[in-house]
Design a protein around this ligand. Structure first.
Ligand code: IPM
Ligand code: MG
Length: 368
């Protein structure tokens, strides 16, 4: 592999401290596996607002458009609650997603064997769980116009618009079918076609792409509310779920919790291929900035480290090294190592954020 460029945006709250652990992992791959990354760090979210008065500086945006992959920690915090909407930390992340055109957001929900007892659901419901939620990320109600708060008569009205074009649905559907072909060959598409026209178009378009290009993949449809219920009842019925931006936001948090902790789950946001054939890509943990535990060494760095594993797989074609990293994490967990979010069993002293990072580096060292 030639030198690859990586832009690291630690962000706010626990973002910076989990990213320190990811840097250890990146360094390990550099020194031991010849994966040479040209790493730049910059600000996003509240951290960028504090420094520049904007949650994403134009220069940072330009850098993001020019690297092989972006790795982001988390954004947001109570300190920024009263800022104007356009300046909130979350806008920095949304701008990255939109301007990089990262339309396909992959959110795996995988249950590590060592943590199966840790889920709030029965062990048999979650053990061996391996599903992939593909969330449309650049359109829908998050970005639709008109939007805003207007005044009508003597009261205010809040407006957001759900809007999807056929081509937006087609490209995310393709992404889901392609993934399914490399996994369990099943896609379940979720919308609310019973009440929303955008849901009707979603269903028709997914069907059209399926019939024309992917008829060998098994396709089913579910209303998103029923899908939420089925995710809790018997999640192992699913392989790939494809859904819109807002339903995907909610369903992926539900799916995340099936696995025991939000502190475990990575994500990849992918766009169209660049000139070098790699997709535009941003990798980030599904969890947020967790301001309540920030700076205390309590955060679980695994979601962010697994996000780097996804970068190895989807941006750098290093599937074997991604497997190595995921297996090392699995080994650390099966030996009983836990961070604060994974307690519950008696008599276990939790590792700090950096303790977990070090344990993973040690497990990597014995993997070669
Ligand atoms: C997510 C988050 C974001 C979203 C926020 C931080 C803007 O909840 O990535 O799931 O709503 O998309
Ligand atoms: Mg969310």
């Amino acid at each position: 592999m030639g030198k690859s460029s990586l832009l690291i945006l630690p962000g706010d709250g626990i973002g910076p401290e989990v990213m320190v652990e990811v840097r250890k992992i990146i360094d390990w791959f550099g020194s031991n596996r010849g994966l040479d990354f040209d790493v730049t760090e910059d600000l996003v979210g509240g951290a960028a607002y504090d420094a520049h008065g904007t949650p994403l500086h134009d220069e940072t945006m330009a850098k993001a458009l020019n690297v092989d992959a972006v790795l982001l920690g988390a954004v947001g915090g109570p300190k920024y609650d009263n800022l104007d909407f356009s300046l909130k930390p979350e806008r920095g992340l949304l701008r990255l997603r939109k301007e990089m055109d990262l339309y396909s957001n992959l959110r795996p929900a995988q249950c590590f064997d060592a943590l199966a007892d840790f889920s709030s659901l029965k062990t048999e419901v979650v053990s061996g769980l391996d599903i992939m939620i593909v969330r449309e990320l650049t359109s829908g109600i998050y970005f639709g116009e008109p939007r805003g708060i207007i005044t009508e008569g003597n009261e205010r009205v809040g407006i957001n618009t759900q809007r999807y074009t056929e081509s937006e649905i087609e490209r995310v559907a393709r992404s889901a079918f392609e993934l399914a072909k490399r996994r369990g060959n099943k896609v379940c598409s979720m919308e609310k076609a019973n009440v929303m026209e955008s849901g009707v178009l979603w269903r028709e378009t997914v069907d059209k792409v399926h019939q024309a290009e992917y008829s060998e993949v098994e396709l089913s449809h579910m209303y998103a509310d029923a899908g939420a219920m089925q995710l809790c009842r018997w999640p192992k019925q699913f392989d790939v779920i494809v859904t819109d931006n807002l339903f995907g936001d909610i369903l992926s948090d539900t799916a995340a919790m099936l696995t025991g902790s939000l502190g475990m789950l990575p994500s990849a946001s992918l766009g169209a291929p660049m000139e070098n054939g790699r997709p535009k890509a941003l990798y980030e943990p599904v969890h947020g900035s967790a301001p309540d535990i920030a700076g205390q060494g309590k955060a679980n760095p695994i979601a962010c480290i697994l996000s780097f594993a996804m970068a190895l797989r989807y941006s750098f074609d290093e599937g074997v090294e991604a497997d190595r990293l995921e297996q090392s994490i699995e080994n650390v967990l099966s030996k009983g190592a836990r961070t604060h979010d994974l307690l519950g069993e008696e008599g276990i002293t939790p590792l700090s954020t950096s303790g977990m990072g070090d344990a993973i580096v040690e497990a990597l060292a014995v993997s070669i």
